[in-house]
Design a protein. Sequence first.
Length: 80
Amino acid sequence: MQAADLRDARLHDARRTAATALLLLGVPDRAVMGIMGWSSDLRSRYQHLTDPILKDVATRLGRLLWEKVPEAAERPQKGE
């Protein structure tokens, strides 16, 4: 590892990084479970909520609660 100038890490660390990367990419839970080889929901143990994820959730929730919803006449019709 020193020759490649990499930090010493465990395989377990790589699994956590991979699981968190899948979370950041918005990969569906069922797909994450298949990719990671989990037979039960181990997301809470391996995936870490990052600041960008929490900020995105707060922004989306703020929009849902506080942004004006267009009136029916202003909404685009299907097929437009």
